[in-house]
Design a protein. Structure first.
Lengths: 331, 331
């Protein structure tokens, strides 16, 4: 455990999206570290929140069902918090194109209102924003570092970009201690597997466990990098713990990018059963596809001492084990 | 006159922000070119709209008072238009920090709803978006080209960035013929001189004409580039007229960047009277100041054949002449 993490003991921590995939995994870790954890989640069915995600720590966290779009509620909830992990978001690329306004409200406007609430009511709270590699769009070079042009390919990417930059501007102008992490594909226990809204990998895991055929779009040669959720959680905590991170933007990233085809093969091999097939890209997916992507995590490694520690093989093994046991609660 | 411009004859053109500074100058030009011009403006007192701006062409344009935030109204108004010049915006940097939500509604959400209206009701209309050099933030190198990192320094810059990228994504995903021009400081007849909300230069012109002392923040050595409004209008028309512009982003820019101190000296020299003084930066200005800025217009020169034709001396002379005559209508 990093020496940095003793500071969370006894401190008040708010996690928006706290019943979701990354939020709940973060909550387990913070409970272990002795923090007083408040989880805020809207439990919108299409999103990642699920009360099952906090099984075992229900009595050690507080849960407040609220939507980050509820400006007045959020103004109250941020008060007295030492750390705010700002993870709530609309994550579906396709949903952002069919309903761009909801995406705007959640990913942009709500971020602004949380920051305004902190500026007026809690200007010393450290705010850690979960951004996404998606704001880079289709890579012009690989690995993608933080200086890569921002060329989002869908409305979700634009609104996440705005949400991230509100955090940076509120640091630069008002001195709020904020930091943004641009997450890549994150996977692990408690991820959404009901559909492909959060990530295709969740959907694949469900299909595999249910004996269905995994479908790979195109030729399956698109490269991706992955972070196991425990590694993403450690990055969030390291960014929260270190003042050097304030006002900064950091990529996460995984070692050894893998093609979707190889990923499907690895999943089948680890499960010991299953099959996959290549199918043509659906048109609505193709229009927002970004080709190969993998990121450089050199900046956060150098400045905050983070690097991914869980191999894809190990992480997928644990994920399959989790969902083998708990799948009924997630579908 | 560019050969490209004969295509506007008899065509339907909507200008949002059409009673404002650039919108009204564009309207004069389009009327000359034989277009059927519809001006949409909210006439919000703090913004640039002013009925005086269309003196002389009142009977040759249609005016519809409406706010771009009026989703239903805009859905109707975009129908049947061949060209939509999307110029309406909240432009004050300081206002965007004191009231970030209004800035978000106008500069981001309304852009999305105009694009949605076109996607559903008029997908072939050419849409020309007036973006701003402000989304670059503090330059890392000069002149700033379109590949410069986007690092806005205030909420206005973030929302304009989002508004611009909705246009690009709606081109890339849905094929709408959109283009974005990143304008630099634009000046000329009909600019807002009532206060410094649109640009400090308008404010200076008013102060000069009223016999007040021009105030320059800091040491006055900050460099800026300027475009005379006729040149900006020509860029908008060239981008509207050429299919090659679709999906593209172009900087405008001025030749011979000038320091604020030299600009004040030039204004005084051209007017034949007046004085200026250096004063310390007000704190709220300093926090969002960007130092030197001037842009490269190499891309639009090469691809669309645009370059600025009016010297600063000539443009300021015409601007002073205009406001010497019309100032009472603008204060």
């Amino acid at each position: 455990m990093s020496d940095w993490f003793s500071q969370f003991n006894g401190r008040s921590v708010l996690i928006t999206g706290g019943l979701g995939f990354i939020g709940s995994n973060l909550a387990y870790r913070l409970v272990e570290l002795g923090a007083r954890v408040l989880l805020v989640d809207s439990l919108i069915p299409q999103y990642g929140g699920n009360l099952v995600n906090i099984a075992g720590i229900e009595s050690r966290v507080r849960v407040n069902i609220a939507d980050v779009r509820d400006e007045h509620g959020m103004r109250y909830l941020v008060r007295g918090q030492d750390y705010i992990f700002n993870l709530a978001g609309q994550v579906s690329h396709l949903d952002s194109m069919t309903d761009p306004y909801t995406d705007l409200e959640i990913n942009a406007r709500s971020q602004l209102s949380i920051l305004e609430a902190c500026r007026h009511g809690n200007p010393t709270a450290k705010i850690i924003f979960a951004s996404t590699r998606q704001i880079y769009g289709k890579p012009e070079y690989l690995p993608v570092d933080e200086r890569h042009p921002l060329q989002p390919v869908d409305v979700n990417g634009i609104n996440k970009l705005a949400g991230e930059w509100y955090h940076i501007v509120y640091h630069n102008v008002y001195g709020l201690p904020t930091v943004s992490l641009r997450l890549t594909n994150t996977y692990g226990p408690r991820m959404r597997v009901k559909d492909a809204r959060q990530t295709f990998l969740g959907w694949w895991i469900r299909q595999l466990l249910e004996g269905q055929t995994l479908q790979i779009y195109g030729d399956g040669r698109q490269l991706r990098d992955f972070n196991y959720v425990d590694d993403a959680v450690e990055a969030l905590l390291l960014a929260a713990a270190q003042e050097a991170a304030n006002g900064q933007i950091y990529n996460l990233g995984g070692d050894d990018p893998i093609s979707l085809l190889e990923l499907a093969q690895l999943l089948v091999a680890l499960a010991g059963y299953g099959r996959y097939e290549l199918i043509p890209f659906p048109p609505d997916r193709k229009r927002i596809d970004i080709g190969d992507y993998y990121g450089s995590y050199g900046k956060i490694a150098a400045e905050l001492g983070w690097w991914p520690k869980t191999s894809l093989r190990e992480g997928l093994t644990r994920t399959l084990a989790y969902f083998s046991e708990h799948l009924p609660h997630y579908i």
